[in-house]
Design a binder for this molecule. Structure first.
Ligand SMILES: Cc1cc2nc3c(=O)[nH]c(=O)nc-3n(C[C@H](O)[C@H](O)[C@H](O)COP(=O)(O)OP(=O)(O)OC[C@H]3O[C@@H](n4cnc5c(N)ncnc54)[C@H](O)[C@@H]3O)c2cc1C
Length: 381
């Protein structure tokens, strides 16, 4: 049950998404253009880069549930916009407020947006297998190696980079991984770093990059947290990120369902509207039920995190269910549009392309199953 304040927040986010995000998405997605600066500024003015950052550090001081409500509403209009607020809301375990007061305040205000770079060409699901190196030199660190899939890298104010400062230890493959803050100007790459945009099939509001670090130099203070111990900190942050992925998937699915209902009510075949065919009505009923179930799982995981409980399995379950649901619901919504669904004249194709991604980011469906089964087996021993 949501509080009055949460209902009002959801309403405000839905209004913002409808009036400010949707027209931009409909205009820019066909051009494969990134989220424009004006829209970033509008999100910042709402305070949504700092939903979960404490008021003391310039944020709204709200919880994972509120983060999910806003994310779902934004994803109904454009998945990319729901994702961009994750770069700041999801970074305070590595850029922690006690050590980085000023940066965190700027993140909360949307003035400082860091990208996140963990994945490499040969290390995706197996994130502990990264090989990008940070070598200690006299006055700092030298970075060499290749990263893949770093979203927003060129547009960001910095990149949170995971690199090896030591080889894995005998008892832990993730030991020896450290996090660094790579400073940069928006819309450029610094000397020692080149980027190649990866050609994707959707999620165009955020460009994804392959990054080549070729001896990029960082000052000693670029190290975030303890040397060699960043992996577990990053993984902790992923639990909240997974709840947000579930919320984003629910948003895509809800948008597709709404589009299907409205299309079916207006489309006539055999002398009747599509909504007069029971097969179509029942299909829409199944879609709505799946969306509601995914939303409940998402809110349940969010509420657990907000009450301080662990939610590793619950977050993975929410992501698994919501992302698979979103792929199915958006595909069915496209089917209800018939041939018109297979055009770029209706937004349902965008919801379908974008929803597909939610089964891959923040851990694939298979990795979510791995996490859930590991928790089950732990509980059973
Ligand atoms: C559009 C987009 C944006 C992204 N943004 C970012 C970003 O900003 N920063 C970042 O660091 N990363 C980002 N990623 C990377 C993302 O996290 C990885 O793509 C994801 O973790 C999967 O890794 P992979 O692509 O290397 O697939 P792989 O790990 O190669 O997996 C391939 C297939 O094998 C399966 N598989 C792998 N291991 C197992 C196993 N143990 N058991 C069963 N099945 C398995 C997978 O489920 C999958 O189906 C992004 C990816 C995409 C597509």
């Amino acid at each position: 049950m949501l509080t009055d304040a949460q209902v009002e927040l959801r309403r405000a986010a839905a209004r913002f998404a409808r009036e400010r995000v949707l027209p931009v998405a409909n205009r820019l997605d066909p051009e494969r253009a990134e989220i424009p600066d004006e829209l970033l500024a509008a999100l910042a003015a709402e305070g949504w880069f700092g939903i979960m950052i404490s008021a003391e550090h310039g944020g709204l001081g709200l919880g994972v549930l509120e983060y999910s409500l806003v994310s779902e509403a934004l994803a109904e209009a454009w998945l990319s916009v729901a994702s961009v607020i994750g770069y700041t809301n999801g970074s305070t375990a590595v850029i922690d407020p006690p050590s980085h007061r000023d940066l965190v305040r700027r993140m909360a205000g949307g003035e400082f947006i860091p990208a996140f770079s963990l994945t490499e060409p040969d290390a995706g699901s197996d994130a502990a297998g990264i090989t990008c190196r940070a070598d200690r030199v006299e006055d700092g660190w030298r970075i060499s190696g290749r990263k893949r899939w770093c979203g927003f890298a060129r547009s960001a104010d910095a990149i949170i980079l995971y690199a090896r400062t030591d080889p894995p230890s005998a008892d832990s493959r993730s030991a020896g991984i450290s996090a660094f803050l790579v400073p940069k100007e928006r819309n450029s790459f610094p000397p020692g770093l080149t980027g190649r945009a990866i050609p994707k099939i959707g999620y165009f509001g955020i460009t994804s990059w392959e990054l080549d670090f070729d001896g990029l130099m960082l000052p000693a203070e670029a190290l975030l947290g303890d040397e060699g111990r960043a992996f577990s900190v990053g993984m902790r942050e992923l639990t909240t990120a997974r709840v947000q992925t579930a919320a984003r998937a629910v948003g895509c699915a809800q948008a597709a369902l709404d589009a299907a209902v409205s299309y079916a009510a207006g489309r006539r075949q055999f002398g009747r509207t599509l909504t007069e065919f029971q097969a179509v009505r029942f299909r829409m009923a199944e879609m709505a039920t799946q969306v509601a179930a995914a939303r409940s799982l998402t809110h349940h995981a969010a509420a657990r995190l907000d009450s301080g409980e662990t939610a590793v399995a619950e977050a993975a379950m929410a992501t698994l269910f919501a992302s698979e649901m979103a792929e199915w619901v958006t595909s069915e919504a496209l089917q209800i549009h018939g041939g018109n669904g297979y055009t770029t004249e209706h937004p349902v194709e965008r919801y379908w392309r974008d929803a597909r991604l939610t089964r891959i980011i923040e851990g694939t469906s298979e990795i979510q199953k791995h996490i859930i089964s590991r928790q089950l087996l732990r509980a059973g021993t």
